[in-house]
Ligand binder design. Structure first.
Ligand code: AP5
Length: 217
């Protein structure tokens, strides 16, 4: 099964990815996590993209498509994968379509801007695993610590107000074209595209997605 999650920053892509990946036993591929790993490693890609991420700009299609290509050709992706945060531009969407991989579901999370700012400003992450918490909406069992490893949680470099504004700006600039593209693919029955109300509680959203995937309704 191949699934794509679209949505503005802070709409819950990462949170729902974890649930879906576990339930359907497919790896979660988050371009944001991959890019942050390169930054942590301080390798050539990491150095190139450090300021791009920090400022909430988009990394070039070339870099991101190459990274995705490598990931989806790994052994653990033979039975499927979930793309979290890719594609973000029409070039990226066409890139994945042109690889000839059948995409089964595309979910787009819809959340108003005010809530996005609230969510991102309270977010804390465990950098090594990508696990995400929120100080009010999804607090860790022990304040400031990851539930599993008990390591320190951090605030993401790009979770500052100016970066959030930029990330939203880029999302809005590209999103109409992406939505149009997937609506058309849906119409042609190449895949199923659903817009999901991302303001509900994580558990409710999770159940709604499961229902849509398993076509229970
Ligand atoms: P990325 O890491 O993908 O960031 P993003 O898209 O901005 O999304 P976020 O991770 O901020 O939010 P999310 O939707 O995953 O929400 P989350 O579940 O964490 O990308 C970072 C950067 O990398 C980009 O800005 C760009 O520079 C670059 N990049 C990445 N992909 C790229 C690409 N394809 N092309 C070019 N550049 C690329 O939730 C947010 C908070 O809300 C959390 O605290 C969570 O606990 C809480 N929460 C989640 N769901 C709920 C809920 N239902 N109710 C209440 N709280 C909730």
């Amino acid at each position: 099964m191949h699934i794509i999650l679209l949505g503005a920053p802070g709409t819950g892509k990462g949170t729902q990815s974890k649930f879906i990946a576990k339930k359907y036993k497919i790896p979660q591929i988050s371009t944001g996590d991959i890019l942050r790993e390169h930054i942590e490693l301080k390798d050539a890609i990491g150095k190139k993209i450090l300021n791009i991420l920090k400022n909430g700009e988009l990394v070039s299609d070339d870099i991101v498509c190459n990274l995705i290509y490598k990931k989806i050709n790994q052994k653990n992706c033979t039975k499927g994968f979930l793309l979290d945060g890719f594609p973000r531009t029409i070039t990226q969407a066409k890139y994945i379509s042109n690889l000839g991989i059948k995409i089964h579901f595309v979910f787009e999370f819809i959340v108003p801007d005010e809530l996005i700012f609230q969510r991102i400003s309270g977010r804390r992450i465990h950098i090594q695993s990508g696990r995400t918490y929120h100080i009010f909406f999804n607090p860790p069992k022990e304040e400031g610590k990851d539930d599993i490893t008990k390591e320190q949680l951090i605030i993401r470099e790009d979770d500052k107000i100016e970066s959030i504004k930029n990330r939203l700006k880029h999302y809005k600039k590209n999103n109409n074209e992406l939505t149009k593209y997937y609506l058309e693919e849906n119409k042609l029955k190449k895949l199923k595209f659903f817009q999901v109300d991302g303001t509900k509680k994580p558990d409710i959203i999770k159940k709604e997605i499961e229902t849509l995937i398993e076509n229970k309704n």
